[in-house]
Write a protein that binds this ligand. Sequence first.
Ligand SMILES: *Cc1c(COP(=O)(O)O)cnc(C)c1O
Length: 483
Amino acid sequence: MAKLIFELSSEGRKGYALPKPTVPTKNIDEVIPKKFLRKKAARLPEVSEIDVMRHFVELSQLNYHIDKGFYPLGSCTMKYNPKINEDIARNSCFTDLHPLQDVQRSQGALALMDELSQFLCEIAGMKAVTLQPVAGAHGELTGLMLIRAYHEDKGNPRETVLIPDSAHGTNPASATISGYKAVQIKSNENGLVDMDSLRANLNENTAALMLTNPNTLGLFESQLKEIKELLDEVGALLYMDGANLNALLGIVRPGDVGVDVLHFNLHKTFSTPHGGGGPGSGPVGVSERMVDFLPVPRILKQNGQYSLEENFPKSIGKIHSFYGNFGVMVKAYVYIRMLGNEGLKRVSQNAIINANYLKSQLKDYFDMPFPGAAMHEFVLSGNRQKKKSASTLDIAKRLLDYGMHAPTIYFPLIVPEALMIEPTETESIEMLDTFVDALIQINKEIDENPDLVKHAPHSTPVSRLDEVKAIKSPDIRYNFDAQ
Ligand SMILES: *Cc1c(COP(=O)(O)O)cnc(C)c1O
């Protein structure tokens, strides 16, 4: 186990060697007023440069990440992100820009943002896009604020938002935070929206339906046209959770099938590394009738000049400081430009074929509640294994011993012992086969040596953590006095 950086500390050891100054220097309290100075020196670790380097390289190797191995975490789209995105986003021409810089001197950045907005509009068939939201959930909140503003403009904000029971947990949370009552819609035996349940809950008080497509079971909501007609009858809007758009690029444009509001996750579909809390970007695209309500400032282009305009009286206002996470926008822009039309379409084709290949290779080994063709991800059930002795959690933990990240587990909630697998488009057939072999092997172990699976992982830096305690009472502060 790696030592903590504090344990590596040795008094007086330094990570730098500077020559003595040849000019007169001042004492610190001549530069900073005394009242702002610490009374006692901070107890920082004192280490050499090579200690620091080795320490953090070792930590990075203890951690699991996409550059290290397969990461089939369903719904999260943990795909490989080309390093050229990082390279360009770190160009000092971008990083040295200040968000308060004069508009005249940030024309390049505004052009990039404007073009990215147009790309996203074109990809999803939407009329306009705001780049301000900084996460998928933030995009949802923004989208629901737009929906409220739209209905309010018509005289009545309405009360409910309908959400299928397979939806991502952020959907009902966003609806509740924006003051709506989240009403659950059932899924039918094929894993799609149950139309009877929809009809029973849809009325003149419904502000919108929040639909994830493909849904979290990896299934395409094929009743979309009928759903849209039902919504139109009562004047409700159609919100689409487009976090996992890597199943649709170049194949379906949500705007063309009547979606009014859609959020993108640039940090999933458009190639920004994610996890650990950000930074992300959750742009929101809207249909024509929603445009007036978009957040300000909006980027306008007139006579070849870009400007930031605030004067839109119906706007919901500002929903983030400055203009969102610009660095993430640069990465998405580079990614889209690198791939072009054909490349983006191949992204989705490969994401879909990879998921279906895995699904077909695993169908004899696991229960498959929804056996039909999948989109970019699919859901297995570990029911059969659970009856023998090993739960889905055990299988997930055992996969770590095979050097792979586990799939998403116990989600969506409507599948017992769920394993939600998303291979993404960037994995080779060899990698997919390795994953299948590991799962087949684990199945064998469940029969022959169940304890091996039930007490896994055996080869990771730490074994089973108390996951609730790890979140509720994290112990991350070094306590000198306890040493
Ligand atoms: C990831 C995800 C979200 C939330 O996105 P965040 O950026 O994590 O807030 C919402 N819906 C679906 C379907 C997702 O996969």
